[in-house]
Design a protein around this ligand. Structure first.
Ligand code: PLP
Length: 495
């Protein structure tokens, strides 16, 4: 019997895993959730002797039941290979009484690689299974990070092309360099003379352009999206929580059955939702600690039961968490409302109309395993500095938000449960903020001087992802007006 997925807004839209991956979003705008979260069918003692790839298979086979063993293993082996700079894939580092789960050893040195390195393979396998002959064209608008991670994931994957639009003057110089140096015949990077919203609006228009869709179909192409709400991104993220628990058990840091807490620096709520799924699969996880930066919508939500996006948007040093609508939270709302799609749809309508909604007391009670808090910019910087001075270990700004919130939680709850902190980016990705937090004297150095200095003081090799862009040639120099996006896409596809 296949595990089926249904929309959070309509219990009658039911699809198989491969169809959910192909569609991304349900027709009614809802997100796909499995009708029940499967239980692990291997014990932790069995899992602790498996490597990352084997663990990935044991977890993902339970969610993606319409994939054959061969198909799934093939996807896993193509994703978690030498693109990662450590064989462990997701190592744990103990520092100052917590375990940092380093999710940044992939091609773009941030945690999005954990899912975006496998999504392309899941997508083309899903296309094959559903007799889709067209080549898949991934279309993305990016404000920086997701674009590069998607490019790296899809580069040279047969049967796919990827087109990324970014605001020409709206990303950091390093982010731009990372994208325009992207290799792969099937990749295409375009700067638009506009801001991120213009790029995003333009991409949405292209997705909804029926005429273009027909023309593309006649030439053997169709669009798809690598959006973070795709179940093909969520499922691979469950793996590293299972892996982390098994590793701690193996190392004797946890006793059999002993629970751990996890702390996740949160934006779109995808990563922490994966931890919640891991818990529901049977991993002994006690608290799920949701860490926010100064955009603390989620902290307020867990405190009051009111989700309210009507507030000032704050630009912080942890930009990947600067989010006012956490799209993946919809899955938790649906699940804690007892899988009541109508109730969830009403909340989401209220969110889109008024920017807010309030959940019921029952739903709040169903979320008791979550704890939310936030860290100010100053607390985040102080945490980077303290940890470095105490231990020599350097963490990035996003991870520091989590470490800071963990400190608050530990003091407030007097809870000594062993704790895993999801470390979502390499400090080399946010070198300037990290180095400034450690010492103001670094302010005058150039970006690449800072990289070398960080390598020295942190005693870590400069990651390839950074080393490469020092010298890599620019391979993409297309710039267009926002009105020209369609022409640019057609030209690239040769239609
Ligand atoms: C995307 C991202 C996050 C937030 O993860 P969500 O799944 O969106 O909550 C945190 N840190 C970094 C570095 C990220 O790139």
């Amino acid at each position: 019997m296949d595990l089926l997925y249904r929309s959070t807004r309509n219990n009658n839209e039911i699809v198989k895993a491969s169809q959910a991956i192909l569609k991304g979003l349900a027709d009614d705008g809802g997100l796909f959730v499995p009708v029940s979260v499967p239980k692990l069918d291997k014990s932790m003692e069995e899992l602790m002797n498996m490597n990352y790839q084997e663990t990935a298979y044991e977890v993902m086979k339970l969610f993606l039941t319409d994939f054959t063993e061969e198909e799934l293993k093939d996807c896993i082996n193509k994703a978690y290979d030498t693109k990662f700079d450590t064989e462990v894939i997701a190592p744990l580092v103990e520092a100052d009484g917590a375990y940092y789960l380093e999710l940044f050893h992939g091609s773009t040195i941030a945690f999005k690689d954990m899912a975006l390195s496998i999504l392309p393979h899941l997508l083309i396998t899903s296309a094959k299974k559903n007799q889709i002959k067209n080549e898949i064209v991934i279309l993305t608008a990016t404000s920086g990070d997701t674009g590069k991670a998607a490019l790296a994931g899809f580069a040279d994957v047969k049967g796919t092309k990827i087109i990324v639009f970014y605001p020409k003057n709206g990303v950091s110089p390093i982010q731009e360099k990372q994208m325009v140096t992207q290799k792969g015949d099937n990749t295409f990077v375009v700067g638009i003379t506009g801001n991120f919203d213009d790029a995003q609006t333009g991409v949405k228009k292209l997705f909804n352009d029926k005429e273009l869709a027909q023309l593309m179909d006649s030439k053997g192409y169709q669009f798809s999206s690598a959006n973070s709400i795709n179940i093909g991104r969520l499922v691979p993220q469950v793996v590293y929580y299972v892996f982390a628990y098994a590793q701690l058990l193996k190392e004797g840091k946890l006793a059999k059955g002993e629970a751990m807490n996890v702390v996740v620096p949160t934006g779109n709520f995808g990563n922490i939702l994966a931890a919640y799924f891991a818990k529901n699969m049977g991993v002994p996880i006690a608290k799920l600690i949701c860490a926010s930066n100064e955009n603390k919508v989620l902290y307020d939500f867990f405190e009051t039961g009111v989700y309210d996006r009507n507030r000032e948007f704050v630009l912080t040093s942890s930009p990947s968490m600067d989010i006012l609508i956490s799209s993946n939270l919809e899955r938790l709302i649906y699940l804690t409302a007892g899988c009541d799609a109508e109730k969830n749809a009403a909340f989401m309508e209220s969110l889109s109309k008024t920017g807010k909604y309030e959940i019921t007391e029952d739903m709040k009670a169903n979320m008791k395993d979550f704890y939310g808090n936030y860290a100010s910019e100053q607390e985040t910087a102080a945490t980077i500095k303290d940890l470095y001075e105490k231990t020599g270990y350097v963490i990035d700004t996003h991870t520091a938000v989590a470490a800071s919130v963990y400190k608050k939680y530990k003091e407030a709850a007097k809870d000594d449960t062993k704790t895993v902190i999801a470390s979502t980016a390499s400090p080399f990705k946010f070198t300037r903020s990290v180095m400034n937090a450690i010492d103001a004297k670094y302010d005058s150095m150039s970006d690449f001087e800072l990289v070398d200095e960080l390598s020295k003081i942190g005693n870590v090799k400069v990651p390839n992802a950074i080393e490469e862009i020092r010298t890599a040639p620019v391979l993409h120099d297309t710039v267009c007006e926002k009105e020209e996006m369609k022409d640019v896409v057609m030209k690239f596809l040769g239609i």
